[in-house]
Design a protein around this ligand. Sequence first.
Ligand code: TMP
Length: 204
Amino acid sequence: MAGRFISFEGGEGSGKSTQARLLADRLRSAGQGVVLTREPGGTEGAEAVRALLVTGDPDRWTPWAEACLVNAARADHVARVIRPALERGEWVICDRFVDSTRAYQGAGKGIADADLCALHAHVTGNLWPDLTIVMTIDSDAGLHRARARNDGEGRFEAHKDSFHSRIAVFFAGLAANEPQRCRAFDGRLPIADLADQIWSAVQA
Ligand code: TMP
């Protein structure tokens, strides 16, 4: 079977990383070759860029500097990891991708969606996921979960609550606005129930 590209998206503490891992496990058990990866990150260079983005003062970068950094990381990741895996016929499960840029640097920080999509087209050769799983959760509940993790990557979590509310609104509307590619799932459901629902969506 040809490789498929699935991204997981959602605000802070939405449970997407857990679900990305569970889906990768199920696909491997079904005999598929799977690359489980994340953004920003996934290559040595992109992980170094990640450290610049997720640590330090919330005002460390201007919105456009941030948009360029996430896209620099993505260009490297797509060229070195994602496209080669798809060309080998493997499945790629990516924890965050272009919709996080549209949510955080777009809805959150005010850059026009058309500008971000144009930049994305340039740096990736216009690569979009075949399927995007959007985990929705109220931003207060998600932030509470994420801040409790205290994992040393708290720069975005330290942004104002109003920033996170705009991101939650973007993700809540994404599946309705782009139904061909995106499916929404309720991040408050028990982990195992969500994993079953996502598995059904992937099989469909
Ligand atoms: P997380 O996926 O572990 O939550 O951390 C990654 C952080 O990076 C998260 O706060 C969202 C942020 N981010 C952006 O702001 N823009 C992007 O394009 C991506 C991929 C992530």
